[in-house]
Every structure is written in C-alpha cells, then in structure tokens.
Design a binder for this molecule. Sequence first.
Ligand code: GLA
Ligand code: ZN
Length: 683
Amino acid sequence: MAGELIKDRLIHGGDYNPDQWLEYPEILKADIAYMKEAKINCVTLGVFAWAKLEPEEGRYDFEWLSEIMDRLYANGIYTILATPTGAVPHWMSEKYEEVRKMSGSGICRLHGQRHNFCYSSPVMRQKTREMDQALSARFGRHPGLIAWHISNEYGGDNDGIGCHCPYCEASFRKWLRNRYGSLEELNRAWWTTFWSNTYTDWGQIHSPSDNGEHTMHGLKLDWKRFISDQMLDFCKEEIAAVRTGSTAPALCNFMGAFKPLDYFRWAKELDLVSLDNYPFWHFAENESEMAMRASFLHTLTRSLKKQPYLMMESTPSVVNWAPRNSLKRPGMHELSSLQAIAYGSDSVQYFQWRKSRGGAEKYHGAVIDHKNGDNTRVFRDVSRLGARLEQISERVKGTCNRPRAAIVFDWENWWAADDAMAVVQPFDYLGRWMDYYRVFWEKGIDVDIVDMDDSLENYALVIAPVNYMYRGKYAGNVRGYVENGGVYVTTYWSGEVNESDLCFMDHHPLSDVLGIRTEETDVRPEHMDNQISYEGKSYEIKDLCALVHAEGAEVLATYQKDFYAGYPALTVNRYGKGKAYFIASENSVFFLRDFYDRLFQETQIICTFDACLPEGVAVSERKGAAESDSVWFIMNFNADVAEMTVHRAYQNIETEDEINGTVQLLPYQCLILTIPQRERKQK
Ligand code: GLA
Ligand code: ZN
C-alpha cells in the first residue's frame, strides 16, 4: 500500500511548515527550487497549523494552504496533509475549559505546549470534526493529495496516564461496562475482595492516580487499555471526518515501541502506518547496539501490517532534545536512511524541511538551515540520498521483507509484565525481550514481530520471550501451531496470568505442549553467580531462573549451582508434528547465539545473503514476486572499512558492478545488491 502512494517512486520528503513563513514569499519560492534540487517528491503540510487554519472560532482560512499545495503540485511535489490536532489554538482552551486536560489529582491544566487537549471532550471532538471535514471538502480531491496524516504522534504528554477529567472517567466506566457487562464480572476480573475493594456502584470506579488507587492490577491494566482505545476512538473519528470528502489513505505517525499505545490494534484502523525514527547515532564507539535498536523499530513498524510502511520523520543531521546532540557523521545519513528502506519503508522523510526561526525546535536539524540555502553539507547529503532513492525506486518498489521466523511482542503483555510487582523491579519487558531480537539482527536473518492476536501459520519458527500474559485464543493458537509442525520457543516468566492479570491455576496453560511443570521463579542474588551447562559448554546466567520439572520434555541444559543445580534450564518437547522449547534461565547473548544456530538448522532458516558478515555489518532482504527480484541491503555500521567474504556473485543495483569473494565495505556504506542480470535472464 505504501508503495502505491506515488507511482514507481520511493517517497523522499518531510514536514514542511510554510505557515511559519507566510510573511516571507522569497523563502517560500526558494523552498520549491531547493526541494527540486534535493529530489524531494512529497511534503507533509499542516502539522500544528490549527491557529493559521482557524484564526478565530468558526473562521477558516485555507487560502494560503491551497496556494502552496497548488504550487507544490505544479512542481511535481505531492502533499500528505495533516489534520491539525497536534496542538489546539489558544482561543479554544480559553473559551472551553473542558478541552484542557485534568491531572490525576483533579487539577485542570493550563494551555501549553502540544497534545494539549482531552480526547473525550465533546467540544474538542466537535471542533475537530468540523475542521477535518472542512479540510476534506476543500482538499480531499486535490490531485496533489496522496494521504492524510491524522494528527501528530498521538500519545498525549507521553506519560501514559492521559486525562482524568469527568468526561474521561465517564468514558472509562462506559468502556468497562462494555468489557464486563456487570459489576460482578468486573469485581471477579479485578479480584476486588483483596483489600476490601469490592465495587457496589459504577460511580465508585476512578482512574488510577498517585493521589488515590495506584496498585490494583486489574484497574491499572484496563486503564491502559482504555487510554489506548480512547485515543484510537478519537483518531477513528478524525479518519471518518477526512473520509467525508476524500478517498486518500489515512495514516498516523507512530513512535515505534511507544508503551502507552497498542499499535497493533491501531494499525488495524489505518490504511498505512509510519515511523518517526530518531536513533542516537554516535553515542557509543560501537554503533552496533544503536543500529540493532533502530532495525527493531523498523521491523516492528513493518510488522504492524506486514507490508511496507513510511519512515515519516527522521533528522537529516541532528535532534535538539537528546542529552548530547551530535551531528551525523559523513555517510551516516545515507546509511541510516537506507536502513529504513532495508527493513520495509517505502520512504525517507524528515522532520523537518526548514529550521524554524524561533520556538523550541529552532536548533533541530533540517534540510535547510538558517543561513546557507543549498550550500551545506546536510543539503548535499540529502540531495545525494534523493538521487539514490530515485535510482533504486524501480527495483525496490513492490518488494517487502518476508521472514520465516516471528517473535511475539505484545503491548498488553508489556503493560502487565512491567506492573507485576514480582521478581525484579522495574521489570523491563522490552529490555529482556530485546535479547531475543538481537541475535536475529546479528545473524542477518529478518524476523517478523507478531502480537498475541496474529496468526502464526506462516512461520517455521516462533519465539515468545517473557510471555507473561496469555490472552484471547493465544494458548490454543500456539497448541495448533506446534501440532501442525511449528517450532515454538518460550521462556521463564511466561504463561503466568490470563488477560485479567489473574494467575493461572493448576498448571501452565501450555504445560502439555511444553512437557513441563513450572514451580517457582528465582532472582539470582547479585553476589552469587550461576551458570547453565548446554552441550558441554557453560554459560553465565543473568537474573531470572525458573524452576521447572520435565514431565515428558527432554532436558537439554541444566543449572550448575545453588539449590537447583541439576534442574532443567532448557527443555524441548515433541508435540504433534512440531516441537516446543522452554528456556528456564535468563541467559547471556553467548548462549542465545549458540541456541539459535540449533533452531535455524532445525527450521532451515538461513541468512539468504550468502556471505560471512563481519561485526557491525547488517543485512536485510526485501523479496520480490520472483526469487530473482530480491534486493539485499548490506549495511556497514562501522566507522572503519569492513571486509566481508561473499560466496556467490551479486550485482550492485546502482553501479551494475558484480561482486564476489572478498569485498571491502567503506565506513557507513550501504550496498544494495541483487542476483546478477545474466542469471535472472536465464530463469
Ligand atoms: C517528533 C514530532 C515533531 C518534532 C520531532 C523532533 O517526532 O512529531 O513534531 O517535534 O519529534 O525530533
Ligand atoms: Zn478528559
């Protein structure tokens, strides 16, 4: 879908705020010339433009936007048009107090910053509907319009607890009635007899607050679900409003692994998803960790819909909000942008086209700076990349990563696991989960990320690390998956609670599939080391050690020390036509590397790029309709030359040179390769 926005071309663009420059016509004129020079083919307009679009209540001024959109289109530049709800204008918060958010202690916030409104307020919803419908009526059929950018980075003030005003509390109660039907059911699900919490009236239910109830697991989990759903509900109203006069696809700019919003649920309501991508390059001497994390965010975003997405924002040079804002070193801009394409993005877009002259982000990187026009290092970097994107578009468009392995990553599990008040605090689900992603990245094997609602059918291997909660039909799906021949791997601190955060009774829900009985979970005391023994080697344990008993499963590794020396640390069980592994101990990456080799052998999953990859060199494959249409991105994240050995001939799609044998990768170089033309013809 992302691929179809502009025919045959990858998108190169970014946030453009001409509304800040309406008094500078010469700047607006120069912008278009520079855009053409940098091979920008699309801009995002109107993010944060509400005060210019509706300077006073009910008086719309769309003329300036219309002129700019026309002019851009006449110059071959398309528009992604934003709805302006990223920030509301002063007149709105002054006139309608209900639009302002309320803190958990009941204090009404003053107007300020952005994301500065309540998602439940009827006035806010009405004003938004009117604005979005008016934009749709005016621009919905503009030939330059290719997509709607709904709001900006939904998420409120990023604290995840949202607004606590009476409208929000009423909506929360309604949401709960929908979920549970009766108070009795809710009391059961939340286990409210604990600490005398039994509710006898819906009105007794309040949002969690530091000033009140903030320990009840059921309440907190449902509040998190509600916040995500309530913002999504607001977003859906915006989508419906822009649909009144337009068929252009709707998207939101997501923030990757942003905890408060369950993006898997959100993605189902959107035509397209996108990522705002801001890794801190050059923070560490070894760039691998950052490169791995960035690739995770790209992979996650692509996995939300299992189709190409857009990298909606990235900085061409520097951000202004990191503790230390280092410039991208020469080469890093091209590499980090092509990294997005490598994992499934059909675009490279920037925040922002031109640096604002004032305001909190005046020193944030941009394609155009305050003084130098096109005569800058950054502009040249961007232009060079623009030319590369144009050149590779034809080969890359229509391809997508199609991994045979998946890792389960689930927002509800994240919320519940981090809140469990057990083992280690703070728990850090994401950090522990990342160990299991890291090895895929290191070995150059693409992986999809699925949540507990996704189908597992298409994968030869599914890994479910720290899968604390089992919700919906998940356990049944896993059982069916293994029965039919799938290889499933799960770990310590899995299958503990149901979707109401109530502990499972009697046995682990997958005890039959795993062939084990689970008992306690230890946290290794910091002053005591411990290891596991696996295939004649010893591996250090990190923190968590599940104590389990093999009941049918084969024991592949055991603990070496402490009162549970000899207990299983890794088991495998044959079930139906498949196998299920249980990793009891929280292990170092050294173990995971060796263990994954076994898994890959068993499932015949290989790095499809036939080469030995040096450290810091990553690879990702976008598959085409035919095998010979595949495109591999070879990314050197080292600041030095890296040497790799390639075991077959590949062709560089940009230079058409063939490579084979020993290949030197320049610092931060990204090679884009395919099967040589001569071989493709034979097929
Ligand atoms: C986010 C926002 C942008 C801008 C950038 C700065 O992604 O969407 O408006 O603030 O951050 O990095
Ligand atoms: Zn509210």
